[in-house]
Ligand binder design. Structure first.
Ligand code: MIC
Ligand code: SF4
Length: 651
């Protein structure tokens, strides 16, 4: 049988007993080779892991490679972040996980440089994990509990995605880059166009894209809602592995000629111009000409999308003997220490300092609202992947997402201009070999004497009860389309510090978007009330933070009834016992109103019988029929009150 890349990887990772090619949306279980976590999701992952393996004699992890990165909460304004880092390091040493301390680099950049391997499966508790799929691996972003289960040796459950072939033809024009390709795709498919799909890239033009370019595309496939995006492992990939001194990890990996895809799209790269995603959504894309002349107040270059060596060399070269515009605050976050050291070796690092750029640590930083909040009403141009309202830390700031080329032009000219105005495109030549070794801390062989550190901010996991037979619920809020996990549970220094403390962080649910909501819930919760949320399309888009689901359950939100859900958030809701229901007809969104009471009788039988779920309005006894799309295992998880209860019951 002729197979595409996704099918090849899935087939070789299915459990032995069911090695047949699944059809789209069929529930499957696959073996996981590698995991990654970052600090903002990692503490929960390892607390969950510890709770799963508590009764086991051998508590060592059961995947061949696991890495715990610290890159998100690195401002350490008080003890919480530092305590979390220490917990993460000691837990890694105890159970056999590689630890990457703060300052080493951004998780996805580091993973690509050091661990990504063609043909393997990587599961990461961060939505941009697909970055590593640039080298022909299947890398998927998931909620933390999925990673905890994988570490404990459980296969990963998912629905077989549709595989779309994106055929890239011709060449990009000068000053147009990989970021413009992915912004172009976002304009075409929107932030919900990729749900339950994988984009597989082929076509002659992929030869013109370096692994760094490919990684920009696979990284931001997340904004399309994709399960993952994948490139073949070819000669370009081989060069990358050679440069990284990892040729032993390299294999060629191609789709079979004549293999089948669920759909195909051809993109002529020569027709793409520099693109900009305008506030407040990554798919609100226009070409740079449409913004020509708009003055900017801040430029941030970096994040896991655009902090590679190639991006940094371009930016540094363009700054040669130039100053950034005095009215623009320009900040750069290189992706890893390796990137900084190579820049230094090439004599380029000084260009940043000479031109007036602020050089930051290689961390997520401004991307997750850890510093560099723009001025009030500021126009901030960022090479990042998300521009949701308020994510930058300044509520009324306007964030535009661009390529490094466009951002560089904005930094120098102080306004949006076509990057061609920068003059001749610089020659970007990498040294033959990278001679710098990252600073990973490998776990000791014997970890008997390692004591795991718990600071006072790390609180035990909350326990959730099993699903009760009848639910009586209060309609707490009706939400619009595309509510992101940043809306549900914002990031930023203050709230991120509480990621290991659910009772404290649950006070911040919808904190920026609907500040009155949580206090209303708090009052009603005292009377033991339970809630239902009504939502539009693509509920929970964006980050993989399972905390966004946990705080809903913690605040007694038992059901979210939406027009549709994003993949990761829907899984997270299920994992923490919140039932995701869907409207049968989108017009039904109008039927329920805020502040009304509803009941659902014997929801357990309705779920088990796979019937439509009947909601009864108390006011007039009218009914609303709703549907759900859940696997048998997901129904069981919901009945158990969440995946942790379910997994423990199995052990
Ligand atoms: C993000 O970009 O929103 C994050 C922070 O990296 C999240 C993870 C988190 O919230 O911890 C993600 O993308 O999954
Ligand atoms: Fe970090 Fe931003 Fe990438 Fe999330 S999107 S991993 S916050 S750099």
């Amino acid at each position: 049988m002729k197979l595409n890349l996704t099918q090849k990887i899935i087939l070789s990772h299915l459990l032995k007993k069911d090695r047949f090619l699944p059809s789209p949306l069929q529930p499957i279980k696959i073996k996981v080779d590698q995991t990654l976590t970052q600090d903002a999701t990692g503490t929960m992952v390892y607390l969950q892991y510890e709770s799963i393996v508590k009764e086991r004699k051998d508590k060592k992890i059961k995947v061949s490679l696991a890495v715990s990165y610290v890159d998100h909460n690195t401002l350490q304004p008080s003890f919480e972040n530092s305590d979390d880092h220490r917990y993460l390091q000691t837990v890694a040493e105890k159970y056999g996980i590689i630890f990457s301390a703060a300052g080493n680099g951004i998780c996805h950049q580091l993973h690509l440089e050091n661990f990504a391997k063609p043909k393997q499966v990587l599961l990461g508790s961060d939505s941009h994990t697909p970055t590593s799929s640039a080298v022909g691996m299947l890398a998927i972003g998931v909620g933390g509990l999925e990673v905890a289960c994988a570490l404990a040796g459980e296969p990963f459950s998912l629905r077989m995605p549709y595989v779309f072939n994106i055929i890239l033809k011709n060449k990009l024009k000068k000053y147009v880059s990989a970021k413009d390709i992915i912004l172009y795709l976002l304009k075409k498919f929107t932030v919900r166009g990729g749900i339950n799909k994988i984009f597989e890239y082929t076509g002659d033009a992929i030869k013109t894209l370096s692994v760094y370019d490919r990684a920009t595309i696979t990284n931001m496939g997340t904004e399309l809602g994709l399960t993952s995006s994948i490139f073949p492992s070819d000669e370009i990939t081989r060069q990358f592995f050679k440069f990284q001194n990892r040729i032993k990890d390299f294999v060629y990996f191609y789709a079979d000629d004549g293999c089948r895809y669920d759909d195909k799209y051809e993109i002529d790269l020569s027709e793409i111009s520099p693109m900009v995603a305008c506030p407040h959504s990554p798919d609100n894309v226009v070409s740079v000409e449409e913004l020509e002349g708009l003055e900017v107040s801040q430029v941030c270059i970096g994040s896991c999308t655009n902090s590679s060596l190639k991006d940094m060399i371009f930016f540094a070269k363009m700054l040669e003997n130039k100053k950034v515009n005095p009215n623009v605050s320009v900040v750069v976050y290189p992706g890893s220490r390796q990137v900084i050291l190579v820049l230094e070796q090439l004599g380029l690092l000084k260009n940043f300092y000479n031109s007036g750029v602020r050089v930051m640590e290689p961390v997520c930083g401004a991307c997750i609202g850890q510093g560099q909040a723009p001025q009030s009403g500021g126009i901030s141009v960022r090479t990042f992947n998300r521009n949701f309202e308020g994510r930058s830390g300044t509520k009324d700031a306007k964030v535009y997402l661009t390529s490094v080329e466009v951002a560089t032009a904005c930094a120098i000219f102080g306004k949006f201009v076509h990057p061609e105005k920068l003059g001749e495109y610089p020659k970007i030549k990498l040294p033959k070999k990278n001679k710098f070794k990252p600073n990973f801390i490998y776990p000791p062989k014997d970890s008997k004497n390692i004591k795991i550190f718990f600071g006072p901010n790390i609180k035990p996991l909350p326990e959730f009860s099993r699903l009760e037979k009848n639910l009586s619920l209060y309609v707490i809020k009706k939400l619009p389309d595309n509510i992101s996990t940043d809306d549900i549970l914002p990031a930023g220094t203050k709230i991120l510090s509480l990621r290991s403390n659910i009772s404290a962080i649950s006070e911040y649910m919808f904190f920026n978007k609907y500040p009155e909501l949580t206090s209303e819930i708090k009052t009603l919760k005292k009377e033991n009330r339970n809630f239902i949320l009504i939502a539009g399309e693509n509920y929970g888009q964006g980050s993989s933070r399972e905390h966004a689901a946990i705080v809903q359950r913690y605040n007694n939100i038992r059901i979210v009834l939406a027009k549709s859900f994003s993949r990761i958030h829907k899984n997270n809701l299920i994992n923490f016992g919140v039932i995701p229901l869907e409207f049968i007809d989108e017009k039904d969104y109008e039927i329920l109103s805020e502040k009304e009471e509803i009941i659902i009788e014997d929801i357990i039988s309705q779920l088990q019988a796979r019937q439509q779920i009947v909601i009864i309005k108390i006011k007039n006894n009218n009914i609303l029929k709703t549907k759900f799309s859940l696997t048998d295992e997901e129904i069981k998880i919901l009945l158990f009150g969440g995946k942790l209860n379910f997994v423990k019951s199995m052990l």
